[in-house]
Design a protein around this ligand. Structure first.
Ligand SMILES: Cc1c2[nH]c(c1CCC(=O)O)Cc1[nH]c(c(CCC(=O)O)c1C)Cc1[nH]c(c(CCC(=O)O)c1C)Cc1[nH]c(c(C)c1CCC(=O)O)C2
Length: 346
């Protein structure tokens, strides 16, 4: 099968399809017993990300079970911080923990030239996956967008109010801009290396974009995403980019009008009819089933999926969740979801 026949690539080129392609954010992970087994073998979570055989194996697990139209590389957005030289660890029940950046250090310990060499095993995983995936399955690479990654680097962990990260924005603007510029460079190189290794689509996750006010969102979410996409597109015009600015609300219109991406990921809160009607342009919309509806399954899921498909599949569209799968998700519900989508007829 030719690459251009893969469904997700057709949607991202602006084609409206009889049934949309689908994949699920966090489709590899703790809701699958075979993931938990591989994770136990690897030791730490980052060891798993940097172990090409195991990382390729967990990437393939959901594809074997459910036959998604795309596989997403198994990795994490915080490997870029790790690659820059800021140690990252993942603590059970707590999530990522980093030694928070100290503004007095003036970013001097971060080395952009270290990123691609340090992440060599990740690109090896990408290359291995291209050889192992079924011919009809596309491979998605990804990175965190600069603001979301910067927030972890400054806070040192997940945050409810982003007080420290915002103190950099508003009280140390020159330093914050240097950090974002460094992340634009590191992220562009990291995505380019994934493309060189065989990624056919890339997605930028700006998971915490919704924490910013509108003006800051434009400066620190939209503009950095635009920079990264335009640099990648200049070099790899055939590789589409999906941007997921989670939680930006009416700011989705700014992304739609800027129009630099080939796919726009909608979070759970975006009304599908509004998205379809208000967003001009030929780019594909992606989303946005509530992950908790996938936990519930049954008729509730059937109703929501049907209405989502009826609402969004009249334009270029990629079915997905509005955020990542949660560990409580019964795998049978994912199988039922896959059936619903595959059998969809407009
Ligand atoms: C913010 C963010 C992170 N990581 C990611 C984001 C953006 C998407 C989002 O908003 O969810 C992206 C990510 N993280 C992971 C993937 C793998 C690919 C996939 O989607 O299947 C992807 C695309 C694996 C992972 N990343 C992580 C796990 C769980 C680790 C484990 O196995 O214990 C997985 C499978 C850990 C992680 N990594 C991160 C957090 C906050 C956590 C802890 C929360 C949690 O445990 O779910 C940072």
């Amino acid at each position: 099968m030719m690459t251009s026949d893969k469904l997700i690539l057709r949607s991202l080129k602006g084609e409206t399809l009889a049934r949309p392609p689908f994949w699920l954010m966090r489709q590899a992970g703790r809701y699958l017993p075979e993931y938990r087994a591989a994770r136990a073998k690897a030791g730490s979570f980052l060891d798993l990300c940097y172990h090409p055989d195991l990382a390729a194996e967990v990437t393939l697990q959901p594809i074997r079970r459910f036959g998604m139209d795309a596989a997403i590389l198994f990795c994490d957005i915080l490997v870029v911080a790790d690659g820059l030289g800021q140690k990252v660890r993942f603590e059970e029940g707590r999530g990522p923990v980093l030694d928070a950046l100290n503004p007095e250090d003036d970013l001097r310990d971060l080395q952009v030239d270290r990123v691609v060499p340090h992440l060599g095993p990740v690109y090896q995983t990408v290359a291995d996956l291209r050889a192992k995936l079924p011919a009809e399955t596309a491979l998605i690479g990804f990175a965190g967008a600069p603001w979301t990654v910067a927030s972890y680097m400054i806070e040192g962990c997940g945050s409810r109010d982003y007080a420290k990260a915002k103190s950099w924005i508003y009280q140390r603007p020159a330093l914050f801009k240097r950090l974002i510029d460094l992340l634009i460079e590191a992220t562009t190189r990291h995505l380019a290396a994934q493309i060189e290794a065989g990624a056919e689509v890339v997605q930028l996750f700006d998971s915490w974009a919704g924490a910013l006010d509108h003006a800051a969102m434009i400066d620190w979410s939209l503009q950095p995403c635009r920079d990264i996409v335009s640099r990648l597109r200049a070099k790899y015009p055939a590789v589409p980019v999906i941007v997921f600015p989670r939680g930006v609300g009416a700011g989705y219109l700014d992304f739609a009008q800027a129009g630099f991406m080939q796919g726009l990921g909608l979070d759970t809160g975006v009304p599908p009819d509004w998205a379809r009607n208000a967003m001009p342009g030929q780019f594909a919309l992606q989303g946005n089933l509530d992950p908790q509806i996938l936990v519930a399954g049954g008729e509730a899921m059937q109703r929501s999926v049907t209405s989502l498909l009826a609402g969004l599949n009249s334009r270029p569209y990629i079915f997905n969740l509005g955020h990542g799968i949660v560990p409580e998700t019964p795998p049978e519900h994912v199988a039922a979801l896959a059936e619903l989508i595959r059998n969809w007829k407009a």
